[in-house]
Ligand binder design. Structure first.
Ligand code: COA
Length: 154
């Protein structure tokens, strides 16, 4: 395991076409490839109206997540993923905090996300609450729709 304290962690928006391509690769590798989904399935029609963030450890992109607006009050977070060997080092949490700050700066009042069952407790620790059962992706990955208010603790 890598000692994250020895590295410099930067979380910021992807700033170039190259960084976008790299984060799409990371999304695909972690969120699509294990279920035999083709390259391209890691993107959707909202890429051009979204804010894609990357976590950079020294100069390596090790995590990513995306925010888009559902409407003037509600944001949605998708495609959160951290490279396997860098998980459990607070990188996912740092990405979520940065995205939530960005959502607040956009004037959003809440964020929702579709959490995989395996990540539900991770999001709960960050203050997200299940509001309903969601879809089942690729016939096997159960999801739960979770929500967090950005203006109070509800
Ligand atoms: C889910 C994921 C993004 C978490 O990222 P991470 O960098 O490993 O998480 P962090 O180190 O920031 O963890 C923050 C806290 O959540 C806990 N945590 C992390 N992953 C967890 C999980 N799957 N279940 C329960 N708790 C978890 C950590 O132990 C830590 O707890 P602490 O604050 O009490 O110490 C990462 O495991 C991942 O990329 N998984 C594969 C892709 C995926 O499932 N993405 C989410 C799709 S909805």
């Amino acid at each position: 395991m890598v000692n994250v304290m020895e590295y410099k962690l930067t979380i910021r928006k992807a700033a170039s076409k190259e960084e976008l391509e790299e984060l799409y690769d990371l999304r695909w590798k972690l969120l699509r490839k294990p279920w035999n989904q083709p390259k391209g399935s890691e993107r959707d029609e909202k890429e051009h109206e979204s804010y894609s963030f990357i976590a950079i450890l020294d100069d390596k992109i090790v995590g990513t997540a995306r925010l888009h607006k559902n409407n003037e009050k509600e944001g949605q977070i998708r495609y959160l993923a951290v490279e396997k060997e860098y998980q459990k080092m607070d990188i996912g949490k740092s990405l979520m905090k940065k995205i939530e700050m960005h959502a607040i700066n956009l004037g959003l009042e809440s964020v929702i996300l579709n959490a995989r069952k395996t990540a539900e407790n991770f999001f709960e620790k960050l203050g997200y609450k299940v509001i309903r059962k969601g879809h089942t992706l690729f016939n096997e990955i159960e999801h739960f729709v979770m929500r967090k208010s950005l203006i109070n603790s509800n």
